[in-house]
Design a protein around this ligand. Structure first.
Ligand code: CA
Length: 217
């Protein structure tokens, strides 16, 4: 997983992001102003920077001008198009407007990491091995067949591991907005996945919400 620098002066948001990213296996460093970015970069190498725009000391744009060779995703409260253009012109790799949900942030981080070949291609837990790029799942070395929707559910649970995902969100991700089915469809597929992988205790049911893949860090 990736080593991520979180630059956000609002402590609650910074902490929330860090906790969520650590849950899915990333390691993170939090800093709270623009100058601290350079102290952190002098000490460690990062795979990605999440960079707020409105920051004490140096703002995100000023920071961005000095950052080289590290993917950057801007975080900002502004939805202003001008900011977006300016951020991307300075070389940011993506842009996300606050408030965002963690799932959306995870997805964007994943996309940027993949673009820079820093995404995980393989996930393994117990006897299960998932090849993300090849879309194949192995149990004790033997290939297990999954429908495209089942694979998307597995992939989504893995990428957001240890985080509770609602049935609605899973339905939307695996079947798309336009799908007319209801959330029981998700239950049916989760049941099938649990059975095929022996994941009855690994995919936890979250009361009144949905599911969580519980694999530790
Ligand atoms: Ca801020």
């Amino acid at each position: 997983m990736a080593h991520i620098l979180i630059v956000e002066d609002e402590k609650a948001i910074n902490t929330l992001i860090r906790k969520n990213l650590e849950l899915v296996g990333h390691s993170c460093v939090s800093v709270f102003d623009g100058e601290a970015v350079f102290d952190a970069l002098a000490l460690q190498e990062f795979d990605l920077i999440l960079l707020d725009i409105m920051l004490p000391k140096l703002d995100g744009f000023q920071v961005m001008e000095e950052v080289r060779d590290i993917p950057v995703i801007f975080l900002t409260a502004r939805s202003d198009v001008g900011d977006k253009v300016r951020g991307l012109k300075l070389g940011a790799d993506d842009y996300i407007v606050k408030p965002f949900d963690m799932l959306e942030l995870q997805a964007r981080i994943e996309t940027v990491l993949r673009r820079f070949n820093k995404a995980d291609r393989l996930f393994s837990f117990g006897g299960v091995e998932v090849d993300m790029a090849g879309q194949q799942v192995f149990l004790e070395g033997a290939l297990v067949d999954f429908s495209p929707q089942e694979f998307l559910l597995i992939e989504t649970l893995i990428k957001n591991r240890n985080i509770a995902l609602s049935r609605d969100k899973l339905l939307e991700i695996a079947w798309g907005y336009d799908f007319g089915g209801d959330t029981r469809t998700v239950d049916v597929h989760i049941h099938a996945i649990r059975k095929k992988l022996g994941w009855e205790d690994v995919i936890k049911t979250v009361y009144k919400l949905g599911y969580r893949l519980e694999v530790g860090k």
